[in-house]
Design a binder for this molecule. Structure first.
Ligand code: CTP
Ligand code: MG
Length: 555
């Protein structure tokens, strides 16, 4: 398997760090310069999608002879990479060097007999491996290495964090435990590629691409796979200009609105997945949502998937976050810690509601990093300045241009440690004037709220949309209160003392629900600190006046 952590603990802004998306095992032999160059978002997507097309998934028996399996498969072509994972039994992901190996394998297998199964004549890329002679199938001496597809439980994480020597290294440990692995990313692209096989039954030119946290460098193991159907393969169609007097009834009936077209497309693809998609279960069409989608669960990989129709603006925000995530190793470490903290305290939830989403939270971290002095990441307007001709893009009247080549972006001279950044993040939002101000990543400035939503975060591309419109006043207040509590805990902490007492400290202390922390222990700790210190702490956090909290969040 691949090493899970590719991030070196180190807080220098210049630290070279490769996003897991940008790192593939095949690069190992390439010369240093090429392999350390950070790929553009488009390059990563193209490479991963192409890789997924050469990939199959094989369900294996519990006692597996790895050599036998690989030996058998190699008769269909060279295997470029493979790994095993556990999900309702053992599965193998096999990446062939050539796409035609898959056809060869499919041909060798043929279709099950119609008398036994009522088959739909669709050749899938999911196989079951079973040898007639169980003796030759028996397990080898060396046990299979299973690549983990989920992160360790928070409790276990907290224990690990307690052994670290700084908050900064705690944050990198969390990142390494939670971030998507190369293997998990391969599985995500494979699911998209399998769905594409189905979509092509109706729409031969379509592709299915992942977006959101699967590709923006901020995905954690277990997060959903957001994917969209794309009919506008720009590379294919760009060169074509209209010749001759004909207009085409473009692949479908003329429909009165784009929304209706989207709904109809998703409806048939959803039905197709539901009726015939191997391993696709719990297919749910949610066509009346603002962004119509089909939800389903893909059993062989265990992913929860959201399929929508091409949303160029969402893909641009994924690319923007990808750039931010690749620029400086502190960015992802801070986001993962904040997201984990928010989840533990019930500020975010896997079901949609009035709470802050991971996406909004990530944008809040980005904004905070833009506000440092000197800034750790550039504003979107600065990234737009760096855009060249090929980066120019206008979608629905909105200018979505920004630089795609990471090497054009200057490294920050900010050298603050993550210890400082984490504490300051909580202080910054604990004292943010949410009542008056909104968060604008394009300008990198707090600007007056254009309307009265409790939390206003400008959609970086559709400038009249608030990405956190769903958040209500109580949820915002809860966020502010938790941020203040956390800033306070980090400030007053006596690391040495807590390490000798074997108490969770630093980030670990923040990942324990505050209600559950022993209030006596809290009082004792308070006793230990001089009243002067407490007053200073309270002053610095503006907690001395209880109405300040309400004032800050606008009640
Ligand atoms: N999105 C958006 N505006 C929103 C919500 C979502 O543009 N108000 C886009 C973003 O590009 C986001 C993607 O839709 O990344 C997927 O949304 P979601 O799954 O909610 O967020 P993720 O970033 O994928 O995070 P998570 O790990 O929680 O799934
Ligand atoms: Mg998602």
């Amino acid at each position: 398997g691949q090493p899970r952590g590719q991030v070196r603990p180190g807080s220098s802004g210049a630290a070279v760090q490769r996003a897991p998306q940008a790192a593939g095992p095949e690069e190992a032999g390439e010369d240093a310069e090429v392999s350390t160059r950070k790929k553009t978002f488009a390059e990563v997507q193209t490479e991963r999608l192409e890789q997924a097309e050469r990939t199959v998934l094989i369900k294996c028996p519990p006692k597996l002879n790895e050599k036998k399996l690989l030996q058998y498969l190699s008769s269909h072509g060279n295997i470029k990479s493979h790994f095993f994972f556990e999900n309702r039994g053992i599965h193998a992901l096999i990446e062939f060097s050539e796409k035609n190996s898959i056809a060869s394998l499919q041909d060798a297998i043929g279709l099950p007999s119609a008398a036994e199964y009522h088959v739909v004549p669709f050749k899938s890329r999911l196989f079951t491996f079973m040898l007639k002679n169980p003796v030759s199938q028996a397990a080898e001496e060396t046990p299979l290495h299973l690549s983990p597809q989920s992160h360790i439980p928070v409790k276990e994480l907290i224990e690990k964090l307690c052994h670290a020597d700084s908050i900064s290294s705690q944050m990198y440990i969390l990142l390494n435990e939670y971030q998507l692995t190369d293997e998990n990313i391969k599985l995500r692209y494979l699911v998209c590629s399998l769905v594409r096989d189905f979509a092509r039954a109706y729409f031969p030119d379509s592709t299915v691409k992942p977006f959101g946290s699967s590709v923006n460098t901020f995905g954690k193991l277990g997060c959903d796979v957001d994917m969209f159907l794309d009919f506008h393969d720009t590379q294919k169609h760009a060169a074509k200009t209209k010749k001759g007097p004909f207009d085409m009834e473009y692949q479908m009936k003329r429909l009165p609105s784009e929304r209706l077209a989207t709904q109809k497309i998703l409806s048939v693809v959803g039905d197709c997945l539901d009726n015939f998609g191997p391993g696709c279960v719990s297919v749910q069409k949610i066509l009346n949502a603002r962004c119509p989608l089909v939800k389903f669960s893909h059993q062989p990989t265990g992913f929860q998937c959201d399929l929508s129709v091409s949303n160029s603006i969402a893909i641009k925000s994924s690319e923007l976050l990808y750039i931010y995530g690749c620029l400086d190793s502190r960015v992802r470490a801070l986001v993962f810690s904040v997201r984990c903290w928010a989840r533990v305290h019930g500020l975010t939830n896997s079901i949609p509601g009035t709470w802050i989403t991971n996406f909004s939270l990530t944008m809040m971290v980005m904004f905070f990093l833009q506000r440092r002095s000197p800034p750790i990441i550039p504003t979107l307007d600065q990234l737009k300045e760096l855009a060249d001709q090929k980066d120019k893009l206008v979608i629905g009247g909105y200018d979505c241009s920004f630089v795609s080549d990471l090497s054009k972006i200057k490294c920050t001279s900010n050298t603050e440690t993550l210890d400082v950044l984490l504490g300051d993040f909580f202080e910054y939002y604990g004292n943010f004037d949410f009542r008056r101000n909104s968060i604008n990543l394009r300008k990198g400035k707090e600007v007056n709220k254009p309307e009265s939503s409790p939390l206003y975060i400008w959609n970086p591309f559709e400038q009249d949309l608030n990405i956190s419109k769903n958040v209500n006043q109580p949820q915002l207040e809860k966020f502010v209160a938790m941020a203040r509590e956390s800033a306070w805990i980090l400030r007053k902490e006596q690391k040495a003392q807590q390490m000798t007492n074997k108490e969770p400290w630093g980030l670990a202390a923040l990942l324990i629900p505050f209600g559950k922390s022993n209030s006596n222990k809290m009082k004792n700790r308070m006793k230990g600190i001089g009243s002067e210190t407490i007053r200073n702490l309270l002053d610095s956090l503006k907690l001395n006046n209880p109405t300040n909290l309400q004032k800050a969040v606008g009640k």
